[in-house]
Design a protein around this ligand. Structure first.
Ligand SMILES: [Zn+2]
Length: 125
């Protein structure tokens, strides 16, 4: 997937050519996905300092799920984050993807059910 608005930059760590959306160009560091997974210290950087050129189909479900987890299940999430500290980023990415893919399916089925129920309960005009 190539975004026509993306601008070519080099990974700050391995110099691989990666793409950055224009609004991320101001970041201090740009990292390819491999460097992001391998370099533990990158997780210490503040948001906005680091742009990761991650494959959207890989990272999007993870980000979405962690956002949903934070909002919906803060208790579960804070416990999970404790465990996550013990894991490498690659393990986290794999775990999150597996868990994310599974909970996304569950969530979508739940939403579908809810929508169907809402629809049924709608009073006739
Ligand atoms: Zn790199």
């Amino acid at each position: 997937m190539s975004n026509p608005l993306s601008i070519k930059v080099n990974c700050s760590f391995c110099q691989t050519e990666i793409e950055s959306p224009p609004d991320m160009l101001g970041c201090k560091y740009h990292a390819c996905y491999d460097c992001f997974l391998e370099k533990e210290e990158l997780s210490e950087l503040d948001e906005g300092q680091l742009h990761v050129d991650a494959p959207m189909d890989e990272i999007a479900p993870n980000v979405l799920v962690s956002k949903l987890m934070e909002d919906g299940f803060p208790e579960v999430w804070s416990r999970a984050k404790g465990d996550i500290k013990e894991m490498s980023k690659r393990e986290i990415a794999e775990e999150m993807f597996a868990a994310g893919a599974y909970s996304m399916v569950q969530m979508m089925m739940g939403m579908k059910k809810e929508m169907e129920q809402d629809h049924e309960e709608e009073p006739e005009p």
